[in-house]
Design a protein around this ligand. Sequence first.
Ligand SMILES: *Cc1c(COP(=O)(O)O)cnc(C)c1O
Length: 402
Amino acid sequence: MITKQFKKSFTQQEAIPEDGVNSALEVLRSGKLHRYNTQVDEISETAQFEREYANYQGARYCVAVTSGGQSLQIALRAVGVKSGDKILANAYTLAPVPGAIHAAGALPVFVEIADDWLTDIDDLRNKALKSGAKFFMLSHMRGHIADMGAICEICEEFDITLIEDCAHTMGAMWKGRKSGNFGKVACFSTQTYKHMNSGEGEILTTDIDEIAARAVILSGSYMLFERHGAVPSREVFQNISLETPNCSARLDNLRAAILRSQLSILDHNIQRWNQRYRIIENGLRKTPWVRVVERAQHEAFVGSSIQFHVEFQTTENIRVLIDACQCRGVEIKWFGSEDPVGFTSRYDSWQYLGDIPKLPKTLSVLSTTCDIRVPLTFDEHDCENIAQIICEEAERVAVLVE
Ligand SMILES: *Cc1c(COP(=O)(O)O)cnc(C)c1O
């Protein structure tokens, strides 16, 4: 039997659009890379981008920041998190989330996830009650949006401030409302593997004057905040500017220029991601050893990655499948591996947090969870091939070991 080999890279993104390259060159030629290096009445590339993103998101304010983790930390501080505060967080997330909580001096209280990777609502309620935490940092991990109606109700009932980590839900919606518009503040990563690519970077949005003002000072505006170009009025800063630390995390005009060119094609790209996602999803349905989880109708997600469960008897057999796919060029991330590899997303990898109470449900769900990236450099045929290779190898492993 001839076996197909997959040759493309799972981490290769598309080129920056040509108009983005040109505006980046203009910024370079001007020498004005620092966002506050402006004349009176001049709007920096960064401020321009913030206005455009705020408009896209339907948020009043937007603050662009150097990295995802830094922006999450700024978001926590901006909503008033103090050292020693407890922060609820879903246990399935990426390392910058616990890192940001730790950096803010706060303590995470992890909440279980369910089989569909969504926040377990009963566990959230239970932990909200028992911990007394007044903050919830919710990661819409890998683009899966939990029951936001139930989550908002719990937050209201227990007076919890919701912070949304929308690293994989930029442009996504839940019941017609944009992801990021449910909490007091939201963060959208623009790190290379997310929905817009500036290498590193992140966008913070909020509707609340004080949070926006604090985020601007935290991001490192010095007393130049009036040149920011997209912020609340001067009065709002009065009590904030001298009481808020500078965490030096300003985005620069070069990256803003690159991002502006991608924002205008974001919705188009979302359609392209979802086309690819559906092809892989449908392809994976062809083997009984792989289980895809049906997405809820009301969740308008962005299929920039796809998750599925492998239903072998033992996790060792999942390892055999992962290795077999790897040999044929299909790179699968398996969250059940005992040793953390690549980007870590399991709470037991974060030992600096001290003793974390066991989360048996989350560990059990992750033990069969696989994940593949869907970069836009894959075409539809590539997506068919990927699904086919996974199905073939799953059948082969099943014959050998099941
Ligand atoms: C990518 C990502 C972030 C931000 O990561 P940085 O590398 O710090 O930009 C935050 N949360 C989740 C869930 C992510 O996937």
